[in-house]
Each structure stands twice: as C-alpha cells, then as structure tokens.
Design a binder for this molecule. Structure first.
Ligand code: PEP
Ligand code: MG
Length: 325
C-alpha cells in the first residue's frame, strides 16, 4: 500500500469530476522538505521558522537565516514557499530568550506579539526572508494575528526592512506577497477587514480550534473536546473563506485538519483549493481526492454544515470517506 501510494507522488490531485486541489507541505527543516518533495508537494504552504531558533544558544543572525530560506526556496523550485515569521511562546520556548512566567502562555506574550515588541529581532528575520525572495517564489506570513492594527504595524516594519536592504544595495522581490495566519477566532470574525490588508490567508486550524472551543491543544485530559469538526469551527472556516473570495485574495488551510482526508468534502464545498499538510499526509489526502466525486462530496458537506453536533459531523465524514475507498 505504501509503494502504491508513492506512485501518486507525481500525479495531480484532481477529483473524479475534474476539480483540482493544490497540495503543499508544512515543514520545519530541510529534512522535512526533502520528504515533502519526495511525496509530491506542490510547494511549501507553511515553513515553521521557529525551529531555526531552537536548540542553540543565540538568535540566528540575518546571514544564517538567509542561507536557510534561500536553500528552501531553491530546492522548492518553481513552487512557492510561505515563510512564517517567528511563532515562539505558547508551547515553544527558547533557552536563550527569557520569557516571563505566565499564567496563560497560549494567551500571552507570543508570536507576532513578541515580534512587534522586539523590532530588531523581527526586522532581522524580515530582511533575511526578503533577500531569499530575490531568488525564488517566497511569501511572508505573520502568525497569531488578531487585529488590523497588528498587520499594519508588521507591514510598517517590513517597509523599514526593505529600506534597509535598499541602502545596502541588496536585492529582493519588490512584489513579495504578504499574508497572515487566521488562527485566532477574532481574525476569522474580522476576516473581511483583514482581507483588505493582505495578499492571502492561511487558516491555522490547530490554534483556531483550541481558541474557539477554549480547549488546550496539549491537554490530554480534554483531548476528546478538541473537535475540529465542531459547528463553530466550520462556521469560522466559512466566514474566512467567503471573506477571502469576496476580496479576491487566496486562502489555504495549513492546520492538521488539512491533512485529515475526511475533510476533503469540506474544502470542496467551501471552495478551498490550497491545502498545506505534514509531508506524511500528502499521499493519503491525494489518494482521497482522486477517489472523490466533488459533486457528491459537496452534497455531503452541505449536510454536515447543517448538523448540530461535531460527533454527528465527524461520523458522517468518516462514513463518506470509507464508502468511497
Ligand atoms: C495552526 O495553528 O494551525 C498552525 C498550522 O500552526 P502551529 O501548529 O505551528 O501553531
Ligand atoms: Mg498556530
């Protein structure tokens, strides 16, 4: 079965009735990138850069980051690479960067909040990403955005980073695309406003589920309450995708939900064409897409959107996936 799936690496992800999905990968290292490319990833939909900052004694400098981003862009050839700016805090800590003790780290000083506070740290990374964009199809993505002001502030620092490179005579893509993760419920709810500020959305369902259901994604004891198919999650997904399409910007999903083959009908019904997932999920999801009738799947998803409980929705999607094996 594994060998059979591997044969799909070079096949496009098209449903039986001709709907094409774009399957890209989430990576955090060159090793994961290699695996993603072996599994036919059409680009990198999420490069989790925090791992470049972990297991070491100091922050990586601009040069070191540039080297890494350039290599990823080079290896991904032709396809795009979405580089997410530093997303530490919450569960991800750095030995050399003392974060305050917090009662609620997941609601605290993390990700873009740190970057907007520590401007040099942020601009160093932005310059490295910009420089990598000179030699590849690179995009910038901000994590944990919860307001329009945060996007504007981040973009102001991005403009400064560009100016600094201009002064040094270093090249970058002047039309580089800038997007945000939609992973805080507030962002989904103001997605129409945020869509006016950015070039693309990527929905991070891992955090979105945790925050909208108030269920810690790391807590074993309440793991059964962590329900990606909860009607509240589906409504936020719909709001976000609709806002993106009305504004004419692209939208992808990069949380674990994208790598769950049972979700395929939801993406087809919502109109999500780009999915980014772990390298291990790519071939399974592609196999599912190839065996799906988009028309039937959309009908099933519409049923699900009308259901009132996540267990009923999950059951319906599980049954649908196994009936079309
Ligand atoms: C997410 O929150 O869905 C996501 C993709 O990012 P991370 O898992 O790194 O928080
Ligand atoms: Mg996240």
């Amino acid at each position: 079965r594994k060998e059979q799936l591997q044969l799909l690496a070079s096949v496009d992800a098209i449903t039986k009735d001709g709907v094409t999905l774009q399957l890209s990968s989430n990576i955090s290292s060159l090793k994961e990138l290699d695996m993603a490319l072996r599994h036919g990833a059409q680009g990198v939909g999420l490069f989790r850069t925090e791992f470049l900052y972990m297991d070491r004694d100091t922050f990586p400098d601009e040069e070191e980051q540039y080297e890494m981003y350039r290599k990823v862009a080079e290896k991904t050839q032709g396809h795009s690479v979405v580089i997410r700016t530093l997303d530490i805090g919450g569960d991800k800590e750095l030995d050399y960067f003392e974060l305050p003790e917090e009662d609620n780290p997941f609601l605290g000083y993390r990700a873009i909040r740190i970057c907007l506070d520590r401007e040099e740290l942020f601009k160093t990374q932005l310059r490295a990403i910009l420089r990598a964009s000179a030699g590849g199809n690179v995009k910038i993505m901000y994590p944990m955005i919860s307001s329009v002001d945060e996007v504007r502030e981040a973009n102001k620092l991005l403009a400064e980073a560009r100016k600094e490179l201009d002064l040094r005579g270093l090249a970058y893509d002047p039309d580089i695309q800038v997007g945000i993760m939609v992973e805080v419920p507030a962002a989904a709810m103001i997605s129409d406003l945020l869509a006016q500020e950015v070039d693309f959305f990527s929905i991070g369902t891992n955090d979105l589920v945790q925050y909208v259901l108030a269920v810690d994604r790391m807590n074993e004891q309440i793991a059964h309450m962590y329900q990606p198919f909860h009607p509240a999650v589906l409504r936020l997904l719909r709001m976000t995708v609709d806002a993106a399409s009305r504004a004419g910007i692209s939208v992808s999903v990069c949380g674990e939900m994208a790598g769950d083959e049972r979700s395929v009908p939801l993406w087809l019904e919502l109109g999500v064409q780009n999915l980014s997932m772990s390298p291990q999920s790519l071939l399974r999801v592609k196999h599912r897409v190839l065996n799906t009738h988009a028309d039937e799947a959309r009908r099933k998803a519409r049923d699900c959107m009308g259901m009132s409980s996540s267990s009923a929705i999950e059951q319906a999607l599980t049954d649908f996936a196994s009936s079309t094996l």
